[in-house]
Write a protein that binds this ligand. Sequence first.
Ligand SMILES: O=C(O)c1cc(C(=O)O)c2c(n1)C(=O)C(=O)c1cc(C(=O)O)[nH]c1-2
Length: 257
Amino acid sequence: MTAMMDREAFEAALRQIGAERYHHLHPFQQMLQNGQLSREQVQAWALNRYYYQSQIPVKDSHILARLQTTELRREWRQRIIDHDGQEASEGQPAQRGGIEKWIALTDGVGLDRAYVESGAGILPGTRFAVDAYVHFVQEKTLLEAIASSLTELFSPNVIGTRVRGMLEHYDFISRETLAYFDKRPVQAKRDSDFALEYCLENARRPEEQEAVLNALRFKCHVLWAQLDALCFAYVAPGLTPADAWQPGTAEKENPRS
Ligand SMILES: O=C(O)c1cc(C(=O)O)c2c(n1)C(=O)C(=O)c1cc(C(=O)O)[nH]c1-2
């Protein structure tokens, strides 16, 4: 049996998984940030990732429903607000949510909004990976469900590199198009600091520590598999499934708006 790790060793083991397995290492991510993709390949990324974005508040609602204290629910419900936004109330302005901002991104790369929101044209690999994430948080222990969000420990770096690279290399990408990412690093740090502390405190046995590490490995695979699907369908030519989005289709009617 594996021995219990102390707090530092456990945290180091989690960070090691990110260093080896996070999607910053994926060839599609690297092509995206290095300006090696066509406009259509960037459209494919934006379209497929919309499905991930759309399911994040669904998965967080499953976690929320399992939390047994007001304090924990308050903390977790902020994640749902971040993605779904909030109507104006009591002198507070309305808050645009992440999903709406992602639609601004797909708009910005010229995709038809109704088509994006319909979810038609999503690759099977994207759908399976994202759905697996939602099922994971329903079926596993609460500790594992919370641990599966820990990839966000690593997202501020990859987001910074991606945004810088895309702005530098693609003339069809503007700051406004990528506004989704403006707030993400701060939100991701807040969320992952909380989730990390929860896991460090609540994994009290070696098996629980192992389960947390495996949940983070699983989530790295969820992200990796989505980029694999994009590579296979849109970078290797001619392998796009017949019912998935075909480059050159679903263009917005007025590409300037
Ligand atoms: O751009 C990225 O590389 C990236 C990565 C991740 C992640 O590591 O899971 C998330 C996000 N973005 C993101 O925008 C987001 O809202 C988000 C929520 C979660 C989660 O697991 O709850 N991960 C991520």
